[in-house]
Structures are given as C-alpha cells and as structure tokens.
Design a protein around this ligand. Structure first.
Ligand code: GLC
Ligand code: CA
Length: 552
C-alpha cells in the first residue's frame, strides 16, 4: 500500500488538509477528538476534494503539549484510539483517494519516553547519549543562559545524576541528541515502521532545530543539519515516493533550497513562516500585535514564489494549529467574513506550491474571544502570560494579544452543526466551542452552494484540472499597490490572472496590459468577471481569477 511505483511528485497537484485530532470529532463522549471520529468525517473531506490529510501527532503522549511530546513512537495515544483504528483510518482514507501524512516530532521526546527514563537513570546508561546532558556551571547554575521557546531556561537540573539536560521547549520535552548515531538509526526505523503501515509521508516538527549545538549557543541550522536529513531520507525513504515536509521557522529562500532542492534529496518542501510572523519582531511581539501591512506581506510571497520558481517547492498556508484563524487575522471576521475568507483562499490556492488548509478554515471559522486566562489551554500562552505580566504588560492587554495571535484560536472544536457543542462531542469539550457555531458550521456551509466550503472545493478541483496552476510561472502584478493583491500564472499556452482587493472598501485601480485579459472565469467571490479592464473598481475583498490563452 505504500506509495511506490508512482510519480515521485504526486503531491504537487494535491491539497493538504490539516487535522488537529483533539479538536476535530469526538466519538465516545470524553470531550476529546479521536481517530474513530476522524473516520466518521472522511466523506466530508472526500467531497471537499483534498488528497492528503496531515494528522497532528496521534502517538502515545502525556499531552503536555497536545501530542508534540511523544512517549512511544510505535503506538497511538489511548485517548485518540488504537493502532488498529489508525490502520483503519489509513485504509478508509485510501478508499477515498486520500493519503495520510503523520506528524513526527523527533527534535525531542516526552520526558515519559522510555529512552529518557533510561537516560536519566544513570550517567552510564546506554541511553544517556540519546539526550544532551551537561555538568552545572561553576556556581551550580545552568551550563549557559539559553532560553526555551516556551519561555524559561532551556536547561533543567536533574537531581538523580546531578546534571542538566537541554530542552528547547518545555522541561517535559527533552531534546534528542542527533549527534548520536544510534539515535539517528532509531529515527529511521520509526519512519519505516509507519511507512510499512501505508503512511504517505511525514511532517517533521521543528526540523531546523535537530542539529543544535547548545555548547555553542546554536539552535536552528546547526552545521550538520543537512547531513542528518540526507542520511535520514537515504536510509528510510529508500526509493519510496514519500512526501516529507519540514517545519522550519528559520527558513529563508536560500535555506529552503538546501532542504528541498531537487538534487539535494532531503525533503519535499518546508514550511516557512515569514509571511505569518512579519509583525513579530521578537518573542514578545506575538503578544503585542501590530497593524497589518499588505505591501510587506506581498513582498514576502513574491520573494518566495520567485526564489523557488525552478527548484524546490513552496508550501502555502495562512494558518495551522500554532497560528490564529486566517479570516480573523488577515481578512474580516465580521461583515465581510464570507467574502474575505474566499479571497484569502483564492490568493493562496492559485499560487505555485502545495496549499494547506487548516481544519475549519473551509468554513470560515474565526478566532474565539476568551475573557479570562482560565479559558486558555495552550502551554505557550499560559507560560507567556507570566512572562508578559512580569514585563509590566496589563492582564487585559495580554488577553487581547492572546485572543489575536494565541494558539488556542486554532484549537477550538470543529464546528459541524449549529448549537450545543457544534456536533463535536456528546460530552464536555476539552476547550470551549466558539459560540458563533450557531451561524458558522458545516451543515450550513454544505447546504449553501455559495459558501466558503464550496469555494474551496472549486479551488481544489482547479489544481487537478488546470496545469498552469501547478506548474506555471508566477509573475506579480502591482506589487507595490497598498490594497490590491494580483498576479499572473503563465505557461506556454495558457495564463491565469488573479486579482483581489485585500481591503474592506471598494478600490478603483489601473492594471498593466499583461493583466487586461478576457477569458473564462475560474473563481469568483462576487459576480464572475470574464475580462479585466484597464481600469476597474473591485468591491470589498473581491477576488477574481480568469484563465486565458497566453499566446495571443
Ligand atoms: C512545533 C509544533 C508546535 C509544538 C512545537 C514543539 O512548532 O507545531 O505545536 O508546540 O513544535 O514540538
Ligand atoms: Ca474521544
């Protein structure tokens, strides 16, 4: 069942749908989404047309960071289901032409993983070197002042063996030591274990951090990073057409090519974050949001599209489980929610690269507005609350920042039906359901042919039918315009021109000759346009795409 004799780039015309299992569909009333719940919703995803499901981690885990802390790589968390149910998910998905991408966290494990339990038991343990242990500094303090991503020191003292261990995230997420060859071969066998069960590939969590060298203060892009990745691909993918997506917050167009360049044989693509972090100058910036700058955003997209034009491959996304809801962040989640959600989808899905949809985005789900700290569940948000308050921020300002950018926005339950728990669970949901589920839900979207859901369905289908969307050249139009986002995709015979008004008011603008075309409308969120005139007025968040002959 593993994808073997097939197009090595089979994923290029597919759209990926990310499921955050905890929040997707509960099947047994414990308030936590699970694998049987996902299986029961596969028809919904098949109708949408996605080719791949990226499943946030379902491995055994104490859930300190909702599964991004794995305690057994060869088993499934009991609250999510069983190995058999996981196999059933793979089979049921395959029957609907959907492949499964697992989320592998191998920068670190849970502190409950057997390896770490062994490692911490004695300095002589043969697992000692799987992790990073160092003697205390002269005064008993940490070896150095490195800080963790979730706030606080990156070193924790362990009394049993009187050394510090290194962790870039929570103390319950000790970092693995990739310098150790045995550890590296363990990771290979984990990958093979899952590939043998029919998994199509992996999203590799914080992959840019694995080659850290904490003694030299190095976290991202360690000197041996690409050696490790090449070794991993060579030994565990072994000729299979595995889709591999590396999460790399540090990625630049230059380093993206190191990961995903054709000749490099490392990863299929990376997630870069420049377009979604443009306002966060430092770690506290996330909690003190700034005004949005469209020109800056377009510069980032245009730069990436150009840089990976002929080699490497872009991943395209507005949101994920770590980011706020796209329509709230970049669109308008009030009056123009439907139009702006469709506009965002159009802009992203007609670019070159592989689009990723985060669950609920296709319904136009919005950020939730929590009033109190006790409503939040996310470890990062809770940790940063203390840090920000300690830095003199007011409680109200922190809550406002967390409501705008916090990770829980993406993690509120999927809104299937109006009312109650929105069809997510028969029990008490682990995190509050957004009260707007009354209006915003799958039942309403499916019933309305003009809904955001059907707009996505059309865009996903276009990528299968129209080659220029997958492979055509990307040319920005009006790159410095403060309200219009526009570009052209061009191949030998055809061109797609996409023009969007990225603002809440009508905009009158002039386009260059290359963009004033006539042809067939392929996507529209108002009345379809069949030609683009030299001078036009677009309505709030209007987005139109036309396909035409490029040889005229
Ligand atoms: C990645 C995950 C995030 C997690 C972190 C640590 O950034 O996407 O959810 O908290 O890695 O594993
Ligand atoms: Ca459950």
């Amino acid at each position: 069942m593993a994808p073997t004799k097939q197009d090595p780039d089979w994923w290029k015309n597919c759209v990926v749908y990310q499921i955050y299992p905890r929040s997707f569909q509960d099947s047994n009333g414990d308030g936590i989404g699970d694998i049987p719940g996902i299986i029961s919703r596969l028809d919904y995803l098949q109708t949408l047309g996605v080719g791949i499901i990226w499943l946030s981690p379902v491995f055994k885990s104490p859930m300190r960071d909702n599964g991004y802390d794995i305690s057994d790589y060869r088993n499934v968390a009991a609250q999510f289901g069983t190995l058999e149910e996981m196999e059933m998910l793979v089979a049921e998905s395959a029957a609907r032409n959907i492949r499964i991408l697992m989320d592998l966290v191998v920068n670190h494990t849970s502190d409950q993983h057997d390896w770490f339990q062994e490692s911490r038991s004695s300095r002589d343990s043969c697992f000692r070197e799987y992790y990073i242990w160092r003697d205390p500094g002269p005064d008993g303090a940490a070896p150095n002042g490195m800080q963790s991503v979730f706030g606080g020191p990156a070193w924790t003292f362990d009394v049993q063996t009187e050394q510090y261990y290194f962790h870039q995230f929570a103390p319950e997420q000790p970092d693995l030591n990739w310098q150790n060859e045995t550890l590296r071969s363990e990771v290979q066998t984990i990958i093979e274990f899952w590939l043998d069960r029919g998994i199509a590939g992996f999203r590799l969590d914080v992959i840019d951090l694995i080659a850290k060298e904490p003694d030299r203060g190095i976290t991202a892009n360690g000197p041996r990073l690409h050696d490790y990745l090449r070794e991993l691909a060579e030994n565990s993918f072994r000729g299979r057409s595995v889709l591999s997506v590396g999460e790399a917050w540090s990625a630049t167009p230059e380093t993206a090519l190191l990961y995903s360049g054709r000749e490099r044989r490392e990863l299929s693509m990376v997630f870069q974050f420049e377009h979604v972090t443009q306002q966060w100058e430092d770690r506290l910036g996330k909690w003190q949001p700034k005004d949005f700058d469209l020109i800056a955003l377009k510069r980032i997209f245009n730069k990436w599209q150009a840089a990976l034009e002929s080699d490497g491959w872009n991943s395209l996304f507005w949101g994920n489980h770590d980011l706020p809801r796209a329509v709230s962040k970049y669109g308008n989640d009030g009056k123009y929610r439907v139009q702006s959600a469709k506009m965002l989808a159009t802009i992203l899905h007609l670019m070159k690269g592989t689009p990723y949809i985060f669950q609920g985005e296709e319904l136009g789900m919005t950020n939730i507005r929590f009033n109190e700290l006790s409503d939040f569940r996310d470890i990062e948000t809770l940790n940063y609350h203390d840090i920000c308050i300690g830095n003199g921020m007011s409680e109200a300002d922190f809550i406002a920042g967390a409501n705008e950018n916090g990770r829980d926005n993406a993690r509120t339950p999927m809104q299937w039906e109006p009312g109650g728990t929105a069809g997510f669970t028969e029990g008490e949901p682990w995190i509050a359901v957004n009260p707007n589920a009354m209006r915003i839900n799958a039942v309403a979207c499916l019933a309305d042919k003009d809904s955001i859901y059907w707009h996505y369905q059309n865009l996903i289908a276009l990528r299968k039918k129209i080659e220029v969307i997958v492979h055509g050249r990307y040319e920005p139009i009006l790159p410095e315009h403060p309200e219009i986002f526009a570009y052209r995709r061009v191949s030998e015979s055809s061109a797609v021109v996409m023009i969007a008004n990225f603002s809440g008011g009508p905009v009158t603008f002039d386009i260059p000759d290359s963009a004033s075309v006539g042809g067939a409308s392929i996507s529209s969120n108002y009345t379809p346009r069949f030609s683009f005139q030299r001078r036009m007025t677009f309505l709030p968040y209007e987005a139109q795409a036309i396909i035409c002959d490029s040889r005229r």
